[in-house]
Design a protein around this ligand. Structure first.
Ligand SMILES: *Cc1c(COP(=O)(O)O)cnc(C)c1O
Length: 361
């Protein structure tokens, strides 16, 4: 068996330990004689799995009691619609558009009310996070929306926007659990888990209770109402049970290695290694502006499309997988999520150095 260093942006690398445990439990989960995939979501065993997962997540993030934790489906994309359907009580929301996913969320919200784009970094191909200290927040805005880590462009909010008292809603799909955060600064934090936590098919939403009401957009489908899921503890209908089980294992893994302060330290070390090399490289150049750089997704180019393609090809052959950049930036992207080891990043930097030596005179 050979495992590669997987730099894919998502679905992405998971801790090997978690995968091994899941493999061990595949045919007989803790004496139940069945796999978690085959188990009723109303069973005692699954009840414990989902309750433990929620509690471990609460412990890791320090989620206050007045926030609900929901396990949902439909990807981050469904949240682009559910958020305005559930939260636009005045019919107004402000969006900070820092990339493809924020733009998608903004466009979707405009179907349900007045969605303002109050700041954007489109002018320089989303290579930076705009100054959000004094934005024209709409007086009637029900919330201010951000995509905290821009997976495609490799930028990240390192300071939260000044929302002037309005509720902050954040898509954290690609930086979920990558560092400690202050949950109380947000009204809602959500993300698809397939970037930094678990298998595709699960979305985790952490929502302050007072925002969860029956007052939703007219004819909002039952399944798209947060209150339905909150009242039933994410078991209104069949949840993505196996995915939740794997997420739970990843939470336990994070707790074991020291929680979010420890993973933050690791993530900073990995990012420093890679950005440090990019800053001194004669061949490779990072595309994100320095003060907006993401700790999770590192975008870089050589400036020559054919050479980029050659790099991706040779890297793949050397066991460094998933480095092709998104078509809207081109070049390369190394996603260095929680489960990517320091050794993986060291191997990448070593390979880049060798490639550079071969291709520069
Ligand atoms: C991948 C990604 C999305 C889209 O997620 P889906 O689960 O495919 O809908 C949205 N936001 C961010 C930040 C992402 O990284």
């Amino acid at each position: 068996m050979k495992r590669v260093y997987n730099f894919s942006a998502g679905p992405a690398v998971l801790p090997e330990e978690v995968l091994r445990e899941a493999a061990d439990e595949m045919l007989d989960y803790q004496g139940t004689g069945m796999s978690v995939m085959e188990m009723s979501h109303r069973s005692k065993a699954f009840d414990k799995i989902i309750k433990d997962a929620e509690q471990d997540l609460r412990d890791l993030m320090g989620i206050p009691d007045n926030y609900k934790v929901l396990f949902l489906q439909g990807g981050a994309h469904l949240q682009f619609a559910m958020i305005p359907m559930n939260f636009m009580k005045n019919g107004v929301a402000d969006y900070i558009v820092t990339g493809h996913w924020a733009e998608r969320a903004w466009k979707e919200a405009s179907k349900y009310g007045k969605a303002n784009c109050i700041a954007s970094s489109k002018d320089r191909n989303y290579s930076y996070i705009p100054d959000c200290s004094d934005l024209p927040i709409d007086e009637d805005a029900d919330y201010v929306y951000i995509c905290q880590n821009n997976t495609i462009y490799g930028t990240q909010f390192h300071t939260l926007p000044n929302t002037k008292g309005k509720t902050l809603v954040a898509d954290v799909s690609s930086c979920f659990l990558s560092e400690p955060i202050d949950v109380e600064k947000y009204g809602m934090i959500y993300g698809g888990v397939q970037k930094n936590i678990g298998p595709a098919g699960v979305v985790i939403a952490i929502i302050r209770e007072d925002l969860i009401t029956e007052d939703v957009y007219p004819n909002t489908p039952t399944m798209l109402q947060y209150k339905i899921h909150a009242d039933k503890d994410s078991l209104y209908n069949t949840p993505p049970a196996y995915g939740i089980y794997i997420c739970g294992k990843v939470f336990k893994w994070l707790k074991k290695i020291g929680g979010l302060p420890a993973i933050k330290e690791r993530n900073e070390k990995k990012a420093a290694l890679l950005y440090g090399f990019l800053d001194e490289s004669k061949l490779f150049k990072g595309t994100a502006e320095k003060d907006s750089r993401s700790y999770m997704n590192v975008d870089f180019v050589t400036g020559d499309k054919d050479l980029d393609a050659e790099f991706v090809k040779e890297a793949e052959a050397a066991g460094l997988s998933g480095l092709k950049g998104h078509r809207s930036v081109g070049g390369m992207r190394a996603s260095i999520y929680n489960a990517m080891s320091i050794e993986g990043v060291e191997a990448l930097v070593k390979f880049m150095k060798e490639f550079e030596a071969k291709h520069t005179k």
